[in-house]
Structure formats: structure tokens, C-alpha cells
Design a protein around this ligand. Structure first.
Ligand SMILES: Nc1ccn([C@@H]2O[C@H](COP(=O)(O)O)[C@@H](O)[C@H]2O)c(=O)n1
Ligand SMILES: C[C@@]1(CO)OP(=O)(O)OP(=O)(O)OC[C@H]1O
Length: 158
């Protein structure tokens, strides 16, 4: 039997923050605001896995009121989610992510994001897809107020 999961997350831009996407520090004059490193694509992918596991969501697992997660590297949390999947007898076989960002241009960082998230999950880089799109200047993404990300994942029995 296989399981499918879907995740979605949004973080707003703020000054004086690093922009971290898929574990990559993307050069930018502002970053995303969050209790953690606000890695919006890593959060979407973790939620997709937790959805497939029927194990709640990242907010339940890693509360934003817990000082332990202040500024945390989201890939560390992703490795914990992968461990949880393993403990429950599941493995990630495939994942795909879409990042909606009007700016900055992300094409040059996609491969590094794939590698980073694949490493955190303990899977081949071929098992993780990352794509970027603008929203043609429409909506909160188009106004450059924040970045949104979606992810889907397929789990199989380990
Ligand atoms: N932040 C982004 C957004 C888009 N890209 C790349 O540009 C292509 C065209 O985007 P449209 O939104 O105009 O369809 C997209 O397919 C990506 O390759 C990007 O690198 N960074
Ligand atoms: C991972 C966490 C930890 O505080 O990150 P945040 O930066 O608070 O991001 P959000 O997507 O709002 O909620 C998930 C949190 O659990």
C-alpha cells in the first residue's frame, strides 16, 4: 500500500532576515519571517510527509512557542520527520515541490535545494523535485509580500 501527502506553507518577507529555501541561503535583501529559519518549502514538504503519515502537522510536532525551535534549521526538523516515517514503517519514494516567489530568481538554486532536502530525508536526489514560479505579479506573492510553497509526497512501506 502507498500513501500520498500534500503540504502548503506561506511566510512573509521581513527585513534583516536570511532567505533560506530548501536549506539554501539565497542572496536577497530580505528574508522570510518565522520562529524557525522560515524555510517555507521545507515546511511544505514536511507537512506533506506528516499528512501521508496521518501524524498531524509541523506546528503540532514543533510548536512555534517552543524556544528550542527559535531559528532552527528546518532541515534538522525534516530529518526528524523522516525518522518518524521510518519508525512508523514508511519511506519516502518521491516528492515534488513548487515555490511561488515573484523574486528573487530561484532557478540557479533549485538543484542545491533538491540535494539538501534529499539528504535530510535520506533519499536519492532523483526522488525530490523543486520548481519555482512567479504569480505574474498577482496576489500577495506578486506584490512580493511573501513566498508560498506546495509539496506532494508518495510514501511506500519501508
Ligand atoms: N522566483 C522564480 C520564479 C520563476 N523562476 C523561473 O522562471 C520561469 C518562468 O516563471 P513564470 O512565473 O513566469 O512562469 C519558471 O518556470 C522558473 O524557471 C525562477 O527561477 N524563480
Ligand atoms: C517549524 C516551525 C517551528 O516554529 O516554524 P515557523 O517558523 O514557526 O513556521 P510556520 O510554518 O509558521 O509553523 C511551523 C513551526 O512549527
Amino acid at each position: 500500500m502507498m500513501r500520498i501527502g500534500h503540504g502548503y506553507d506561506v511566510h512573509r518577507f521581513g527585513a534583516g532576515r536570511p532567505l533560506v529555501l530548501g536549506g539554501v541561503h539565497v542572496p536577497c535583501d530580505r528574508g522570510l519571517v518565522g520562529h524557525s529559519d522560515a524555510d517555507v518549502v521545507a515546511h511544505a514538504l514536511m507537512d506533506a510527509i506528516l499528512g501521508a503519515l496521518r501524524a498531524g502537522d509541523i506546528g503540532a510536532l514543533f510548536p512555534d512557542t517552543d524556544p528550542a525551535y527559535a531559528g532552527v534549521d528546518s532541515l534538522v526538523l525534516m530529518a526528524r520527520v523522516a525518522d518518524l516515517a521510518c519508525e512508523r514503517g514508511w519511506k519516502v519514494v518521491d516528492a515534488d515541490c513548487t515555490i511561488a516567489a515573484q523574486a528573487p530568481k530561484l532557478a540557479g538554486y533549485r538543484e542545491a535545494m533538491r540535494k539538501n532536502m534529499a539528504r535530510a530525508l535520506g533519499v536519492s536526489v532523483e526522488s525530490v523535485g523543486v520548481k519555482a514560479t512567479t504569480t505574474e505579479r498577482l496576489g500577495f506573492v506578486g506584490r512580493e509580500e511573501g513566498i508560498a510553497a506546495w509539496a506532494v509526497v508518495l510514501l511506500d512501506r519501508a
